[in-house]
Design a protein around this ligand. Structure first.
Ligand SMILES: *[C@@H]1O[C@H](CO)[C@@H](O)[C@H](O)[C@H]1NC(C)=O
Ligand SMILES: *[C@@H]1O[C@H](CO)[C@@H](O)[C@H](O)[C@H]1NC(C)=O
Ligand SMILES: *[C@@H]1O[C@H](CO)[C@@H](O)[C@H](O)[C@H]1NC(C)=O
Ligand SMILES: *[C@@H]1O[C@H](CO)[C@@H](O)[C@H](O)[C@H]1NC(C)=O
Length: 319
């Protein structure tokens, strides 16, 4: 028993020794967040006697030395960074890889913010946080649309040292993906911003739910929009031609729940998606038929009262 334990301990110790001989621990470290247009120093560390030889690879480039100084240019949002350690004494190499998440604070926004582009009206795009990482400030700020350099014309102007791209009257042909790029003189790097998609696409609005409903039976309708509700647009319901008659009705956000009561009638639902500040809206209409034989006015009122009473008494499932 004792002998077996000793043998096991011996085997474990040997394994530990082997791993410390064959595998050199390699570590990549840096301080803070890695950001486009900001310089970051990466350090690779390991232990070799008398010393290690370090090299780096990233984005198809190779650099020698235990430290690497790099300013991301905004093209990538993640980059694979590898450090290779070579021990000249033993001839053994080892490496480690880290995925860098690159933060880009440089971006393009509409000014004033929250305005949606409207055809034939003026529009400004601004380049935000250009050159914040360079003490000398940015220079050579240029704009790209769909990857091509933007030039000034009678409708398109660069203002405020090119930080603003202004359209006197924005046209369908101006739709596209906009980016700004700057040069950082002290870091000797170009940095490109995150992009902004300028689009005039109409919002799509539709109402889901049945085309025909039955008296006494609960039905549901939902207003579906291509704009993000409560962020890009808000949704409201309209009842042109009359408020829905029934034993139950609720309109909560983009959802309507309705238990109609009068057969043979029609109900119009109208859903409006809008952004008042941006002057944008779109709507959808749905005509719903309440099935069943039509009844006369006084009978309808009686039936309505009866259904109301029954629903109060919990007879919903019987109707
Ligand atoms: C890096 O070091 C290796 C080996 O010492 C050498 O062959 C190579 O040319 C060096 N590369 C650079 C970019 O300095
Ligand atoms: C924009 O202007 C053009 C001509 O200048 C006109 O044909 C078009 O109808 C206008 N569009 C809007 C949405 O006002
Ligand atoms: C403004 O843009 C033009 C054309 O893209 C460029 O030649 C010029 O250097 C820019 N100026 C500044 C101050 O960035
Ligand atoms: C709106 O709907 C049409 C047709 O269904 C579709 O082609 C278009 O891409 C949609 N647009 C948006 C912004 O969802």
């Amino acid at each position: 028993m004792m002998k077996n334990k000793k043998r096991l301990l011996c085997a474990v110790l040997m394994l530990l020794m082997v791993s410390s001989v064959w595998g050199i621990a390699v570590q990549i470290s840096w301080y803070g967040r890695v950001s486009a247009g900001h310089r970051t120093e990466f350090t690779c560390s390991s232990s070799c006697f008398p010393n290690c030889v370090y090299s780096w690879t990233f984005k198809g480039r190779s650099v020698n030395g235990s430290t690497l100084t790099w300013t991301p240019d905004g093209q990538d949002d993640t980059v694979e960074l590898q450090c290779i350690v070579h021990n000249p004494e033993t001839g053994i190499s080892s490496s480690t890889t880290t995925i860098l998440e690159i933060n880009n604070q440089m971006s393009v926004r509409v000014s004033p913010s929250n305005t949606a582009p409207i055809l034939n009206q003026s529009l400004s795009l601004v380049c935000l946080n250009a050159g914040s990482g360079d003490p000398k400030g940015p220079s050579d700020l240029i704009w790209f649309k769909d990857g091509k350099k933007v030039t000034q014309d009678e409708n398109t102007k660069f203002l405020q040292n090119n930080k603003t791209l202004h359209f006197d009257s924005v046209l369908p042909s101006d739709a596209g993906f906009y980016q700004c790029q700057t040069y950082l003189p002290s870091l000797q790097t170009r940095v490109i911003s995150l992009g902004f998609l300028l689009s005039f696409d109409q919002w799509n609005v539709s109402i889901s739910g049945p085309d025909s409903v039955f008296p006494g039976r609960l039905s549901e309708f939902t207003c579906l929009t291509s704009c993000t509700q409560n962020i890009e647009c808000t949704v409201r319901w309209q009842f042109r031609g009359g408020f829905p008659i029934g034993t139950f009705f609720s309109a909560n956000g983009n959802r309507i729940r309705w238990t109609p009561s009068i057969p043979g009638t029609f109900q119009n639902f109208n859903c409006v998606a809008e952004n008042k500040a941006a002057g944008r809206s779109a709507e959808a209409t749905k005509l719903v038929e309440v099935k069943g034989a039509p009844v006369s006015g006084s009978e309808a009122a009686k039936l309505h009262r009866l259904l109301l009473l029954m629903s109060f008494m919990g007879f919903k499932s019987l109707i």
